[in-house]
Design a protein. Structure first.
Ligand code: HEM
Ligand SMILES: [Ca+2]
Length: 724
C-alpha cells in the first residue's frame, strides 16, 4: 500500500561534511606525505599545464599570471556577465566570470593532485580509505581560491549583492562563486572525480536518453489544483539561488563537446540507434566545472560551483554583484531601467544589447535582467517583468512618502522591501503548495501569523545549495510545464490562440505583439490555466526540441532536457534514488517491489524495465516517479530535499525578512505590511486586471474555494509605515 498519502517524519539533519576526524589518520607519520609534498605536486601539475601550451584549456589562465604560477582570481566584483548565447546544443550557463574560471582552474589542479595522492596510497595495506584520508590534507594558501579576506560591517542595513557578509562568522557562506554542499557523500565511480556510470551489478548504467524516452515522454496530463504560474515562479526562484558553473575555455566559452571526443570536460550522450524522435547520433554535454569542496581547500572529491548567491535575495532581479546592479539601475528615483510596454503604459524589462535570442530585429529585442537566463522562456521573462514593475512602483511610492530620500536610499529600501515580498510569497504561498502544509510546518517553514519577530536565525547553518537539490529535486518544475500557454486579457477572457512553448523559448517576439496583448496576456494566461501534472513526463518541446537548430546540411540538432538532468546528476556524482530515499528516512528498497510504498505499481514496472537493479535508479527519474505527499505537489524524497534546503535558506539567512530586532530588520509595523502581500496582489498592482483568484498558485475555481474576486478585496501593503 502507498504510504505517500501519510505524513512522513523526514530526517532533519542531512549535511554531509567530508572529514577523517574520527579516524585521526596521521598521513605524514604513515606515508611521509607532508605539506611540502603537496606543494610540489601543485607546482608540478601547473608546470605540466604550462608545458602543454594552449591546447590545455587552463593554459591561458596560468600563463597570464605565471609570475605567481597559479591562476589569480579577480577579487573584484566579477560581472559584466557576458549575455547568454544560445550556443547550439550547449547547455545554457555561460555565466562564468574571471573569478569562477580561476576557481575552476585551481580546483581542477587540486583534483589532479588528489588523484595522484590517492594512487600513492592505494594498494598499501592501510586500514583506511585513501579518498577519505585525503580530506585531512589541504592545499596551501597560494593554491586555494577562498583565502582572500572579506571585511564586513556588522551594522550594514542592506545586504551585499554578492551575498558576502550575510554570515558574519564565515563571510563566504552563501556568496556567489562558492561550492555546493551535499546532503550525502558523493557517488563518483572513483570516489573522486569520475561520473557515476556503473550498475551495482556491473556494466553500465542505462543510457540517459533511453531512460528519458522510455519513462519521461510527454503524456499531456494536467494538475487539478495548481495553476501554470506556479512552475514559472519556481523557475524564477531557482534563478535566484542556483546556477551551476559549466567548464569553460579560458576565454569564457563553454567547452564544446561533440560526439565521443576524449576531452575530460565532456560527457556527451550517445543516442540509441532506434531513436526516431530525434535523429541524432549523440547529444552534446559539457561537465560542470570543478571546485574545492571547502573554503580551506581540503583535497578530495570534485565539487561544483554556484555562480549565484544561495540566499533568496533577488539575485535574478538585481544581479549578483554591485557592478551588475549598477548596469541595471537608472540612478533616478531609485528605479531599475526599463523599456516601455507596447500594450499599455506600464514597463517592460530593458532591452539587451546582445542578440542571443531567436527572431530578433530592429523592433524585437532580447531582454536584460539580473540573471543571464531571463530570456530562456517568456513565462519566466513575465515573472521578471512582474517584479521589475513592483520594484519601480514601490520606489515611486516611497519617493512620494519620503521626498527627502535620494536615489540610493530609494533604490536600497525598495530592493529590501521587494526581497521581503519575495521571501514572504515563497514561504507563505508557494512552498506550502509544493511540499504540503504539514511538511512545511514540520520544518518550521511557515511564517508567523502574529506580530512578532522570528528568532530562529542560526549562523552555524550552512545556507549553500546542495547538489542533490540543484541537480534533481528542484528540477521537478520541468515536468509541470505544458506544451502550450494560453493568452488572457484583464477581463478573464482568452484572447488568441495558445502559444507553443517551443515558440517562446529564447524567442521574445510575442512580448512585442501588441494585437495579442504582449507579455501581459501571457502572464494572465498562466494564472488561468492548469499546470501539467507532477510525474516523470516532460513536454515534447523540452524532450525533443530544446534549443533546436537546423544546420547547413539540413540536420537538426537539439537537447533533451530530461536526459540532460539525468546526465548532470551523474556528472556531479549524485547518489542513486534509493540512497537519498534512505537518507531522508524512508525505508531503503531491497527490490523493485519494495518501491511500491512510494511509487505506483505501473511506474515501478517502468523503472524495472529500464534499470537492472533498484540501487541503479537515478535520483531525478526516481523522485519524479513518486506519488505526491499529502497536500503537496512533489513526492516524499523531493519534499524532504526541498524542505531541508528551504529550512537552511531560512535559518541560515541573517537578512531573512522576519528576523529582528536589529539594525537591518524591518520594524514590526513594516513587517506586518509585508505579510499582507500575495502573488495575486503583486499581479493586481502591476497588470491591467480587475479580478483575480485570491491564491494565484491555484486555479481560479470555486470548487477550490478560490473563485476570482475584485483586486480591491485583496489586502494591500501600506508604505506609509516607511515614512521617516
Ligand atoms: C520552459 C521551461 C524551462 C526550460 C526550457 C528549462 C531549461 C533548463 C536547462 C537547459 C537547464 C540546464 C540543464 C543542464 O545543463 O544541467 C535547466 C536547469 C534547471 N532548471 Fe530548468 N527549465 C525550465 C523550467 C524550469 C522550472 C519550471 C523549474 C523549477 C520549478 C526549473 C528548475 C531548474 C533548476 C533548479 C535547474 C538547475 C539550475 C542550475 O543549478 O544551474 N526549470 N533548466
Ligand atoms: Ca540569491
Amino acid at each position: 500500500r502507498l504510504i505517500s498519502k501519510l505524513n512522513y517524519s523526514f530526517n532533519h539533519n542531512l549535511d554531509y561534511t567530508p572529514n577523517n576526524q574520527n579516524k585521526s589518520i596521521d598521513l605524514n607519520k604513515l606515508t611521509g606525505i607532508n605539506n611540502e609534498t603537496i606543494k610540489n605536486l601543485f607546482e608540478e601539475t601547473i608546470n605540466s599545464i604550462l608545458n602543454e601550451g594552449p591546447s590545455n584549456r587552463l593554459w591561458n589562465l596560468f600563463s597570464e599570471s605565471n609570475k605567481s604560477r597559479h591562476a589569480r582570481q579577480s577579487n573584484q566584483n566579477f560581472v559584466n556577465v557576458s549575455p547568454l548565447k544560445v550556443q547550439a546544443l550547449v547547455q545554457i550557463a555561460s555565466q562564468s566570470s574571471p573569478e569562477s574560471r580561476a576557481i575552476d582552474a585551481q580546483s581542477t589542479i587540486g583534483l589532479s593532485v588528489s588523484a595522484n595522492l590517492a594512487k600513492r596510497l592505494e594498494g598499501k595495506n592501510f586500514d583506511f580509505n585513501a579518498v577519505d584520508a585525503l580530506a585531512g590534507l589541504t592545499a596551501s594558501n597560494e593554491f586555494c581560491p577562498f583565502k582572500t579576506n572579506i571585511n564586513c560591517n556588522p551594522n550594514d542595513r542592506f545586504q551585499t549583492f554578492d551575498g558576502s557578509c550575510n554570515n558574519l562568522q564565515q563571510p563566504w557562506l552563501g556568496k556567489t562563486n562558492t561550492p555546493y554542499k551535499r546532503y550525502h557523500k558523493p557517488a563518483y565511480d572513483d570516489k573522486l572525480n569520475s561520473p557515476r556510470s556503473s550498475s551495482v551489478l556491473g556494466g553500465e548504467l542505462p543510457n540517459p536518453r533511453a531512460i528519458s524516452r522510455l519513462i519521461m515522454s510527454d503524456n499531456s496530463e494536467f494538475d487539478k489544483v495548481m495553476s501554470h504560474i506556479t512552475p514559472f515562479f519556481g523557475q524564477f526562484l531557482a534563478h535566484d539561488i542556483t546556477s551551476v558553473a559549466i567548464s569553460t575555455e579560458s576565454s569564457g566559452k563553454i567547452v564544446d563537446c561533440p560526439c565521443n571526443n576524449g576531452n575530460p570536460s565532456c560527457m556527451s550522450i550517445n543516442f540509441p540507434s532506434n531513436d526516431n524522435a530525434l535523429r541524432m547520433s549523440c547529444m552534446r554535454f559539457t561537465r560542470s566545472s570543478a571546485a574545492f569542496s571547502t573554503f580551506d581547500c581540503r583535497l578530495g572529491h570534485r565539487e561544483q560551483l554556484n555562480l549565484l548567491t544561495s540566499f533568496i535575495d533577488g539575485t535574478q532581479i538585481y544581479g549578483p554583484s554591485t557592478s551588475r546592479s549598477n548596469e541595471l539601475r537608472s540612478f533616478q528615483g531609485g528605479q531599475l531601467r526599463s523599456s516601455p510596454s507596447i500594450v499599455n503604459n506600464r514597463q517592460n524589462l530593458p532591452h539587451a544589447q546582445d542578440g542571443s535570442c531567436r527572431g530578433t530585429n530592429e523592433q524585437v529585442k532580447c531582454f536584460a535582467g539580473g540573471e543571464g537566463r531571463v530570456n530562456e522562456n517568456l513565462g519566466l521573462t513575465g515573472m521578471h517583468t512582474l517584479f521589475l514593475r513592483e520594484h519601480n512602483r514601490i520606489a515611486t511610492e516611497l519617493s512620494r512618502i519620503n521626498p527627502q530620500w535620494d536615489d540610493e536610499r530609494l533604490f536600497s529600501e525598495a530592493r529590501k522591501i521587494v526581497i521581503g515580498i519575495l521571501q514572504h510569497i515563497v514561504y507563505h504561498e508557494w512552498l506550502p503548495i509544493i511540499i504540503g502544509w504539514n511538511t512545511a510546518a514540520m520544518f518550521d517553514l511557515v511564517p508567523l501569523n502574529n506580530k512578532r519577530y522570528y528568532n530562529g536565525y542560526n549562523p552555524n547553518i550552512n545556507p549553500s545549495l546542495s547538489g542533490e537539490f540543484a541537480t534533481a529535486a528542484f528540477r521537478f518544475g520541468h515536468t509541470l510545464i505544458r506544451s502550450q500557454i494560453k493568452k488572457f486579457d484583464g477581463n478573464g477572457r482568452e484572447t488568441s490562440d495558445a502559444l507553443n512553448i517551443f515558440d517562446i523559448i529564447f524567442r521574445p517576439a510575442e512580448a512585442f505583439n501588441a494585437t495579442n496583448g504582449g507579455i501581459d496576456s501571457l502572464v494572465l494566461g498562466l494564472l488561468n490555466e492548469a499546470a501539467s501534472k507532477y510525474d516523470a513526463n516532460v513536454a515534447d518541446a523540452l524532450q525533443n526540441r530544446l534549443f533546436e537548430v537546423k544546420l547547413g546540411d539540413g540536420t537538426v540538432i537539439a537537447v533533451d532536457l530530461a536526459a540532460t538532468n539525468i546526465n548532470r546528476g551523474r556528472d556531479h556524482g549524485i547518489p542513486s534514488y534509493n540512497t537519498i530515499r534512505e537518507k531522508c528516512g524512508i525505508k531503503k528498497a531491497a527490490s523493485f517491489q519494495d518501491l511500491s510504498d512510494t511509487i505506483k505499481p505501473e511506474k515501478v514496472s517502468l523503472l524495472a524495465s529500464v534499470y537492472k537493479h533498484v540501487d541503479d535508479i537515478d535520483l531525478y527519474p526516481g523522485g519524479l516517479s513518486e506519488t505526491p505527499v499529502n497536500g503537496g505537489v512533489v513526492g516524499p524524497t523531493f519534499a524532504c530535499l526541498i524542505a531541508n534546503q528551504f529550512r537552511d535558506l531560512k535559518k541560515g539567512d541573517r537578512f531573512y525578512y522576519e528576523n529582528g530586532p536589529s539594525s537591518s530588520a524591518f520594524t514590526l509595523d513594516q513587517l506586518n505590511e509585508i505579510k499582507k502581500v500575495s502573488i495575486s496582489r503583486v499581479v493586481c498592482n502591476n497588470f491591467e486586471i480587475n479580478m483575480i483568484q485570491p491564491n494565484g498558485f491555484m486555479q481560479p475555481l470555486s470548487s477550490l474555494n478560490n473563485a476570482k474576486i475584485l483586486c480591491n478585496w485583496l489586502p494591500q501593503m501600506n508604505l506609509s509605515k516607511w515614512k521617516e
